[in-house]
Each structure stands twice: as C-alpha cells, then as structure tokens.
Design a protein around this ligand. Structure first.
Ligand code: UDP
Length: 452
C-alpha cells in the first residue's frame, strides 16, 4: 500500500492554535510528496482541525490522539471554543504536555516513524526519539528574528553588540522581564527548554519564514546554534470550500464594501485588550474614517456583552461602516478578500505571514511574547508601521487613526503598500520550492537516500 512504502513522519506541535496551523500545513505539503504523516495532538485539538483536512489528504495524514494521564494538570479547553485561558498559560501547558511523554513513547514504539518533527518547548520529544534511534527535527513556527534575539541574550559575550539596530530598543525590557520563563535568556546558567530543543534537533532546524523577509536573521542563527537553518515558509492557513461557507455572514458584509476599503482588526487567539486599550482602539477606528471588521475577545472572567465593552453609542455611530465580532473570525478568508486594505494586528507570527501572503500591509500593535520583535521586523522590512505607545505603554487614539490612514490611504504610505504587494508576489512565485528542498534533507536524514 501507499502507506507502507512512504516515509513515515510523526509530528508533535505545541498545544496552541498558532502552532497547529503551520504543522498542519507542513503535513499537507509533505503528504503530497510520498510521506505518510501521523499528526499527533490531544483529542480536543484534533477534533478542531478535522474539517481542515480534505478527503485526498486524509489518505496520508493520520490524526493520532496523544493522551495525557488523568492526573496531569488540567489543560485549558481549545482556544477556538472558549473566550479565555487561565493565567500563566505557558507553565500550565508545559506541565500538562510534559506528562504526555510516556504516551508519546508508546506511540513511537507502535508506529515506528522514520522521522519525528517537534515544536519549540518539548525537549523530551527528541530525547525519547533518540532512544528509538529515530531522527528528530525541530520546526520553529515563529520567525528567525525572535530566535536570533533570544539566542543573542543567551549566548552573548559582554563586548558583543546585537547586530540588528531595529531590535536594540527591545533589549532592556526583555532583560528585565521576570526570570524562569521558558524562553528567557538563560542567564542563570541553566539551558532553557527553548534552547535545549534547538540543541537536540538532528542536524537542522526548520523555520516558518522565508529569506526575503528574514534573510539577515537566518544568516545570524548558525553562529550561535550550529545547526543548518532551513526556512520552509511561509506555511499559512489554506482555506477550502468546506470552511468558506461557515462564516458567510461576515464575508457577505465584506462583499458589500468597496475594493481596498476595509481594515481587519484582530489580536490573535491569546491576547486580550484591557478596557483602556479597547477604548482607544474603538475611538481610533472611529477617527480613522476607514471601514473595519474588529474581532473583540474577552477572558472568561470578564465575559460581557460586546455593546457594554465598547464606548457608549459606538455601534450606532459606526453603523454600516464597521462590523464588531465577538470571538472568532475567518481571518485568512478576510485577508484574502479584495475589500481588505490593511490589518491592525498584534503581530502574532501566523498573522504576519497570512497578511503578507495576501499582500495586506500591517498596522502593528504588538502586545506580548515575541510580538514586539515581529512588530520591528514588519517595520524594518517595510510592510507595515507600528503604532507607538507612550512611556507607560499606553495607546493613543489619534495616533492609531493616523497610522491606519497612513498605511491604507495616505500618500506617505505608498511604499508600505507597494512592499506588501511585492512580498505577496514573491511568495506566490516561490510556491512549493521551499518544501522540495526539505524533502531531500528528510530523505537523507532517514537514510532512505532515494531521489524524488
Ligand atoms: N485566527 C483566526 N480568527 C481569529 C483569530 C485568529 O482565524 O479570530 C487565526 C489566525 O488566522 C492565525 C491564528 O489564529 O492563523 C493566530 O496565530 P498568531 O500566530 O497570529 O497569533 P496567536 O494566536 O498565536 O497570538
């Protein structure tokens, strides 16, 4: 059968929406190149992506449930279906995920894959793989700038400067951040899970990025990491017809708007705005005079009606100019739509890549984690403009309105719009080439040595 001749790859993404998507897209690509994929995650996450695999792909992508022992720390419900996550998400998730390692070991024993592809915070995965003599390659779903930045902090010699001036302003805030974060700078001498994962990868590390976007960071990485760095992106959420009908009310609304008239406003699956931020953004959108779709999300404990969360009379004043959505929107479809002219984004890496794929310039409003770094990359490459915060990290409505207008309509934003279009053209032309390269690498690693 097809399965028994194919190279078998077991994939283990981190338990978050923003990580499942690039892993699933990589799985889809590999499944068309004579690989059989076991995509391994918790049952609740697997159920949520089931309808994203079409019939033909499902022949060679097998969803494999990973079971956490009943005593493991409770996992937050899947992001799609909730409007909130517990605080301290990262440690909670890490502990829960760690406790799945015995089941992971059993899966390797049963399925005997030729290769494991794992994510950024589970060093136990490559360790277990090596016990079975299976090569394990890390796939980092964030950008190379982020990893360059953290490696610099971790491996830095006192007299060496960060070679990226655009990231310099961020050094202070990351150095002063609380210790013991899984991705912190390792100054306490202990390797962080993030660095350990990179060290344990077989020969190479894959990145969801591409050279025209992050060339200089990709070149910087081997100095500190000593692995072959392989950019295989952008791997972004590909929609199919099955999904497209689900959210048709939103798409119909967008369809009534003029070409290049509407901004999409969303801050990802894990970020929530403070009341103050919500207020400034609402007023900024109103002042900008530009149409918008705004996805508003609340943590569970702040659950409220959308109307109550917005400035008094906001929805009436906005009328048909804006659509406020509570919860979840079909982001990739919206960005692909011809009415969309800009993306007010927290700069989660998937959001950045999706925006560039469709040539949509970015109004960058980074919040936390790696987002401030990605915001600088966006601005440095010239595909977006960051909304600056004041010295207390506060947003300002006039400022928001001004940056939106610059990026989507003012003369001063022509270059940004052009650059975003250029990158989408590059992505289109590149097509499958990045994946073809990695297929050869995988074959050598698995000792299969056959040519495709
Ligand atoms: N997403 C979506 N609808 C929403 C919010 C998010 O489809 O209302 C998708 C988005 O297209 C992206 C992912 O969820 O693929 C978010 O990943 P990203 O890395 O941008 O941000 P994170 O959620 O990790 O902060």
């Amino acid at each position: 059968s097809k399965q028994s001749n194919a190279t078998k790859v077991l994939m283990l993404p981190w338990l978050a929406q923003g990580h499942i998507t690039p892993f699933l897209e990589l799985a889809k690509k590999l499944s068309t190149k004579d690989f059989h994929i076991y995509l391994c995650s918790t049952p609740i996450i697997l159920t949520s992506i089931q309808n994203r695999i079409t019939k033909t792909q499902s022949l060679s992508i097998q969803l494999v449930p990973l079971h956490l022992p009943p005593t493991s720390p409770e996992l937050p419900p899947h992001h799609h279906t909730t409007n909130g996550l517990p605080p301290h998400l990262l440690p909670t998730l890490m502990n829960a995920f760690d406790s799945a390692s015995p089941d992971f070991s059993k899966l390797l024993q049963t399925l005997r894959p030729d290769l494991v592809i794992y994510d950024f915070l589970q060093p136990w995965a490559p360790t277990i793989a090596s016990e079975y003599n299976i090569p394990a390659v890390e796939f980092i779903t964030t950008g190379a700038a982020v990893v360059s930045f953290f490696s610099f902090l971790a491996f830095k010699k006192p007299d060496v400067e960060l070679p990226f001036p655009e990231l310099q302003p961020l050094l202070g805030s990351f150095r002063n951040a609380q210790p013991n974060r899984p991705v912190d700078d390792g100054t306490d001498g202990k390797p962080t899970p993030m660095l350990e994962c990179m060290k344990k990868s077989s020969k190479m590390i894959l990145f969801n990025t591409f050279r025209e976007l992050e060339g200089k960071y990709l070149d910087y990485l081997p100095i500190s990491i000593e692995k072959k760095i392989v950019p295989i992106g952008p791997l972004v959420h590909e929609t199919d017809h099955h999904e497209e009908n689900k959210d048709s009310a939103i798409m119909q609304w967008l369809g009534t708007k003029d070409e290049l008239s509407t901004v999409f406003v969303s801050f990802g699956s894990e970020s929530f705005l403070s009341k103050e931020e919500r207020e400034e953004i609402a007023n900024g959108l109103e002042l900008s005079g530009v149409n918008f779709i705004w996805v508003v999300r609340f943590p569970v404990e702040e659950r409220t009606e959308v109307e109550e969360a917005l400035p008094v009379g906001f929805l009436e004043r906005i009328g048909q100019r804006g659509l406020v959505i509570d919860g979840w929107a079909p982001q990739a479809q919206i960005l692909a739509h011809s009415s969309t002219c800009g993306f007010v984004s927290h700069c989660g890496w998937n959001s950045v890549l999706e925006s560039l794929k469709f040539g949509v310039p970015i109004i960058a409003m980074p919040m936390k984690h790696d987002q401030p770094i990605s915001g600088k990359v966006v601005e440095d490459v010239g595909v977006g403009v960051e909304v600056k915060r004041d010295e207390n990290r506060k947003l300002n409505r006039e400022n928001i309105a001004q940056v939106i207008r610059k990026v989507v309509k003012d003369e001063s934003g022509v270059q940004v719009r052009t650059k975003a279009r250029e990158l989408s053209e590059i992505i289109r032309i590149k097509g499958e080439k990045a994946i073809d390269g990695v297929v050869q690498e995988f074959m050598q690693l698995c000792n299969r040595g056959k040519t495709i």
